[in-house]
Design a protein around this ligand. Structure first.
Ligand SMILES: [Ca+2]
Length: 321
């Protein structure tokens, strides 16, 4: 699965530059990352990839990851699709490499370990010394002596509810922290990876068909949400085992909003690319048409959006989330 040579890899302490077939280290290569052992996450080949449960050490928090096989799919929606927007075309084929994806959206339980330094506090309380992973991850913790100025849940619930209202940058730093914390490479999905995983082999407006009425069993939208987000994973998953891809909270991707065809060679997946970043899937306060597999929305990466959260993906290729 290793595909390092095809990417420009930016590590935490070193920069690997690939140029005309020559690879050289522009700075000292980072030491090998310490890995928290999770047996099921180990896979030498794509066919060995299994679902696994990730652990956030010292916080007693876990979350599920689902293997997504690589493949080629048709990105975008057909002109005949009801409510289709012009930016969803032209349809085009995109190849996607394998990865694991969060079975559910990132919850407050997970996000607040990072946001409130909860693992550091627990280590202090229990007098547990920081291990190599903790030390590396602590570099990405927020330093905030006071509580945030507003309740980011807006009273909608915290335990097992999806995190919202973080900037895309904060979601990315969370991924960097999680990478150090676990030793596995976590990042935001690209727009193509997100749509590929959402469609799960389907070509209809929703992974459950074209009729929005069918959505009720699979998604929280304006039609059934009672105007609030819901606990993650309560609706049926898509064919690849992912929950809430349509609705609940809309999800940040790492990709800059650009016209189709999707072409990663133009730098749209590079986090440093300026401009608005794509958000996918619609939310509890959106009508079903905005939860369609092909629907695209975008916000600036420093915007905190009331109905936008994220989910993580994991792959074996190290880089910058
Ligand atoms: Ca969602």
């Amino acid at each position: 699965m290793s595909n390092v040579a095809s990417r420009i890899t930016v590590g935490v302490t070193g920069v690997l530059v690939l140029c005309g077939g020559w690879a050289y280290a522009a700075a000292a290569a980072p030491p090998p990352r310490s890995v928290l052992p999770v047996k099921e996450s180990e896979a030498k080949t794509e066919t060995e990839m299994k679902p696994y449960t990730e652990v956030i050490e010292h916080a007693e928090i876990t979350f599920g990851m689902v293997p997504i096989r690589g493949g080629t799919f048709v990105m975008g929606s057909p002109e005949t699709e009801k409510d289709r927007k012009k930016d969803e075309g032209p349809q085009h084929k995109v190849k996607v490499d394998p990865f694991w994806m969060g079975k559910c959206e990132v919850t407050w339980d997970e996000f607040e370990v990072w946001m409130f330094d909860m693992d550091i506090e627990r280590r202090k309380l229990k007098n547990v010394p920081a291990n190599a992973r903790d030390k590396a991850a602590d570099e990405y913790q927020l330093t905030q002596p006071t509580a945030p100025y507003a309740d980011m849940t807006f009273g909608m619930g915290r335990e097992n509810f999806p995190a919202i209202c973080m900037t895309q940058l904060a979601a990315r730093v969370y991924c960097m922290w999680l990478t150090e914390k676990t030793g596995r490479y976590y990042r935001l999905p690209t727009e193509a990876e997100w749509e590929y995983a959402c469609r799960a082999g389907t070509t209809t407006a929703f992974f459950c068909g074209d009729d929005p009425k069918q959505l009720a069993d699979y998604a929280w939208t304006y039609e059934n949400s009672d105007e609030a987000y819901h606990k993650v994973g309560k609706k049926k998953p898509n064919p690849w085992g992912l929950h809430d891809m349509h609705g609940n909270v809309a999800e940040w991707t790492r990709t800059a909003y650009r016209p189709y065809p999707y072409d990663p060679a133009d730098g749209r997946d590079d986090p440093a690319t300026p401009g608005e970043k794509v958000v996918r899937g619609g939310s509890w306060r959106d009508v079903p048409a905005r939860a369609r597999s092909g629907f695209r929305l975008s916000y600036l990466p420093y915007q905190r959006v009331f109905n936008v959260g994220f989910r993580v993906i994991c792959e074996d290729r190290p880089g910058d989330p």
